[in-house]
Write a protein that binds this ligand. Structure first.
Ligand code: NAD
Length: 479
């Protein structure tokens, strides 16, 4: 903790906010203040933007191999510092250390993946249909980017954006979530150590997100916005981006259906449910939000899931043996409590959990609700907590219709032993990703993203770098 920077990172230097403002970073396990970091205002954001704009031309000319090796070196440093970074993340965000270590590995992998992609940016030469003129196609960095990240995966959401931006030759202003600024500041220090030139990455931590970001989006110098967060904020930022026609990628909220058919292997389904629901205490956009279980296996599935959920140990993420850490803050926990109370009022049975423990810290127990009424608020709200809501269904068409009956479309989970059914149902689900007999879809090598109000564009995979590249076409007359 003592070595973690707490200032803004602008033009390769660590600086205070221009007006000297700072903001507290809380430990969600105790409610106590961990430290204070600089709280940037619009003036600081303009300086960060200026640094990114100034660095852009030279960075775009820098050899792809050089960009690649910086990412590779940063990947190695991150892995060398796994424990340190995991502790930092757990203290500001709450997830258990084992999960935080897992996130460090996941986050680092984006740098390795994009270090490999940086040197594979290709172009093309083609003869046009007239048989004479040629088309020369090259790919160019889109320009200075604004990257905005959420608090739930403080390190990985940063590397998933910084990795492709660096690989493509873009400069950046990163604005992390106010709850978890430390992981992003630590990441900036690592990239500097790995040789990233000054001004390529700038980090502004702030409690005044709107004031800081809006002028950048409307100002015409930022050419790309990559946002991960809630749909409501994403919609606002899309509107702000329209004025200067800023390119956008949006990774927004989800409302994942988790469908268990009567021919599912229930061991696999319960294992999958534990991951899809309990990864990150349920504070994930990919978290299973609505469990649709075939009526013939619903009782058995609910019993087994409740048993497994009931065995999980809740406590501070830094304590050995803890499986479930605190939720991010009191507001987040209050929302979960309200959603559970609403479901119970409408007739849901609590199979396990459902009671907020006494004491400081934002803990909430793993909870399973059965016989959830389809009109319950948690059916169309991201729960963002360790609550599994089970509903039953009778046939395939019905469950597909109900699964798709939401404005979101990030991910769906499907448990069946029939290949025919797996393909048929996957194709009809309105989602960007499907987990078939698995509760985990996130992988740096795969294109992550959603349809409908879950977002625009993809992060990771072969296509992840495309979000940061433009085509330039050169028409060549050949006589
Ligand atoms: P949020 O939308 O409240 O905040 C996300 C980020 O936007 C934060 O950095 C916040 O400071 C910033 N922000 C808020 N208002 C802003 C404004 N007016 N202008 C500019 N920036 C602003 O979301 P959150 O609570 O931090 O994160 C949880 C949400 O993120 C959930 O909805 C979750 O589903 C989503 N999420 C999506 C993905 C994905 O890849 N699809 C991944 C993780 C989280």
């Amino acid at each position: 903790m003592t070595d973690t920077p707490t200032q803004l990172f602008i033009g390769g230097a660590w600086v205070d906010a221009a007006d000297g403002a700072t903001m507290p970073v809380d430990d969600p396990a105790t409610g106590e203040v961990l430290c204070h970091v600089a709280d940037a205002g619009p003036k600081d954001a303009k300086l960060a933007e200026e640094a990114a704009v100034q660095a852009q031309a030279e960075w775009a000319r820098t050899a792809p191999r050089v960009r690649s090796e910086i990412l590779r070196r940063a990947y190695e440093i991150i892995l060398e510092r796994t424990d340190e970074l995991a502790h930092l993340m757990t203290s500001e965000m709450g997830k258990p250390l084992a999960e935080a270590r897992g996130e460090v590995a996941y986050a680092a992998e984006f740098f390795r993946w994009f270090s490999e992609e940086a040197v594979r940016i290709d172009g093309g030469l083609a003869t046009l249909p007239d048989g004479r003129n040629r088309m020369l196609l090259s790919r160019r960095p889109v320009g200075p980017c604004l990257l905005i990240t959420p608090w739930n995966f403080p390190l990985a959401m940063g590397t998933r954006k910084i990795g492709p931006a660096v690989a493509a030759g873009c400069t950046m202003v990163l604005k992390p979530a106010p709850q978890t600024p430390l992981s992003s500041l630590a990441l900036a220090a690592i990239l500097k150590e790995a040789g990233l030139p000054d001004g390529v990455l700038n980090v502004v931590t702030t409690s005044r997100a709107g004031e800081v970001c809006e002028p950048l989006l409307r100002g015409g110098r930022i050419r790309k916005l990559s946002f991960t967060g809630s749909t409501a904020v994403g919609q606002l930022l899309l509107a702000q981006s329209a004025e200067a026609v800023v390119r956008t990628s949006m990774e927004l909220g989800g409302n994942a259906p988790f469908i268990v058919f009567e021919d599912a292997d229930l061991d696999k389904a319960v294992d999958g449910a534990m991951v899809a629901k309990m990864r990150n205490m349920g504070e994930a956009c990919t978290a299973a939000n609505r469990f649709f279980v075939h009526r013939s296996v619903a009782e058995e599935f609910g019993r087994r899931l409740a048993e497994r959920m009931g065995e999980l140990v809740v406590g501070p993420g830094t304590r050995e043996g803890v499986d479930v850490g605190p939720l991010i803050d009191r507001r987040g926990r209050a929302k979960v409590e309200e959603l559970v109370a609403d479901a119970v009022e409408r007739g849901a049975r609590v199979l396990v959990g459902g009671r907020t423990p006494e004491g400081s810290g934002c803990f909430y127990p793993p909870t399973v609700l059965a016989d959830v009424d389809a009109g319950s608020r948690l059916m169309d709200t991201e729960i963002f907590g360790p609550v599994a809501a089970i509903l039953t269904f009778d046939d395939e068409d019905e469950v597909i219709r109900r699964a798709n009956d939401t404005p979101w479309g990030l991910v769906g989970y499907l448990f069946t032993e029939g290949l025919d059914r797996a393909l048929r149902v996957s194709e009809r689900l309105e989602v960007g990703m499907v987990g078939l007999n698995t509760g985990l879809v996130s992988n740096p090598a795969a294109p992550f993203g959603g349809v409908k109000q879950s977002g625009l564009g993809r992060e990771g995979g072969r296509v992840g770098i495309d979000e940061f590249l433009e085509y330039q076409y050169l028409a060549v007359a050949v006589s």
